[in-house]
Design a protein around this ligand. Structure first.
Ligand code: FAD
Length: 280
């Protein structure tokens, strides 16, 4: 049997911008380890609304692309004017960036400030208008539905808008229910959407953080996983071993059943992602 990794699957890894110089050094080392074993197609770097977080994304993209790696910055439109987005696009073109993860972004608690765009489909449309086909545009997909969505049907319609505005492919919010992903893919087929939708994979390395984040972003942790993680308490070794088993099974099932690749939310760590990688 051939490896489920397959030759034409796309694997990628996500980082967030480190806050300190030391964090940046660590991230460069993490990237080297991922490079050595996985050779991902690209590394993406998340983006936060607000000046300082935005600058850190730029700085991280700059540092990581120094030795020629393909970096895909995330770009979100919430709280930005079209002029600010245009400037950022120009900067990325000058830096040699060819791929963007194009998002609305989370609405900050303090409100959105200047805002020329309401939704990600408008940003995709704007980038296409300003830069043609220069960028490969990724958008976000939500097999378990976006937390703000009014209904499953409207959420899917909104995803469709992004594809029709010119997205090349999509990365999903992470999930632990593979049926939700395959149902989403079926819906894409029925709607005539043929862009690749790559599952986002969140390795399980702790309990509290995962639960908190999952509640916010609308990712369901199935009861049997949640209960088992909770039961491990401070026994981190058992928790991580169980998490690796569960997520490896999910990845294998996804690839075996036709997922076009995997996007790992690394949280700037190599170990958990590589443990899974070696086993799929
Ligand atoms: P949209 O596609 O605009 O959707 C947002 C909500 O509006 C949905 O409920 C949708 O149904 C609805 N909607 C969409 N279009 C319309 C429309 N035209 N009319 C009416 N309703 C509409 N956040 C960050 O801040 N920084 C990051 O770097 C980041 N990276 C991410 C990477 C991935 C792969 C994913 C899955 C998420 C990421 N996020 C990030 C989180 C993301 O920004 C949030 O989930 C955000 O709330 C929605 O962004 P979106 O691009 O999906 O928005």
């Amino acid at each position: 049997m051939s490896s489920p990794k397959g030759s034409n699957k796309i694997f990628s890894c996500e980082f967030f911008p480190p806050r300190t110089d030391e964090g940046m050094e660590k991230l460069i080392a993490v990237r080297k380890k991922l490079d050595d074993q996985m050779q991902p197609e690209f590394y993406s770097v998340t983006f936060g609304a607000g000046g300082s977080t935005r600058d850190r994304t730029l700085e991280t993209v700059d540092q990581l692309s120094k030795d020629g790696a393909a970096i895909a910055p995330h770009i979100s439109c919430i709280g930005s004017t079209s002029e600010q987005i245009k400037q950022l696009l120009d900067t990325y073109i000058q830096m040699g960036v060819k791929r963007l993860v194009t998002l609305r972004g989370d609405i900050p608690e303090e409100g959105t400030g200047n805002n020329d765009f309401k939704h990600a489909n408008e940003l995709v449309e704007f980038i296409r208008k300003e830069t043609g086909d220069h960028f490969h545009l990724e958008v976000a997909a939500y097999p378990e539905y976006h937390p703000e969505s009014q209904s499953p049907a409207t959420d899917f319609e909104n995803f469709k808008r992004k594809a029709e505005a010119g997205a090349n492919s999509a990365i999903t919010q992470y999930f632990y229910n593979t049926d939700a992903y395959f149902r989403f893919i079926d819906k894409c087929g029925q709607a005539g959407l043929d862009i690749p939708v790559v599952p986002g994979i969140m390795p399980i390395t702790n309990y509290t953080g995962l639960v908190r984040f999952s509640d916010t972003c609308g990712a369901e942790i199935p009861r049997w996983i949640r209960k088992q993680l909770e039961a491990y308490g401070d026994d981190m070794d058992s928790l991580k071993a169980f998490g690796t088993d569960v997520v490896t099974d999910i990845c294998t099932r996804l690839l075996d059943q036709g997922a076009p690749g995997l996007h790992f939310y690394t949280l700037n760590q190599s170990v958990a992602t590589l443990d899974i990688w070696q086993r799929i």
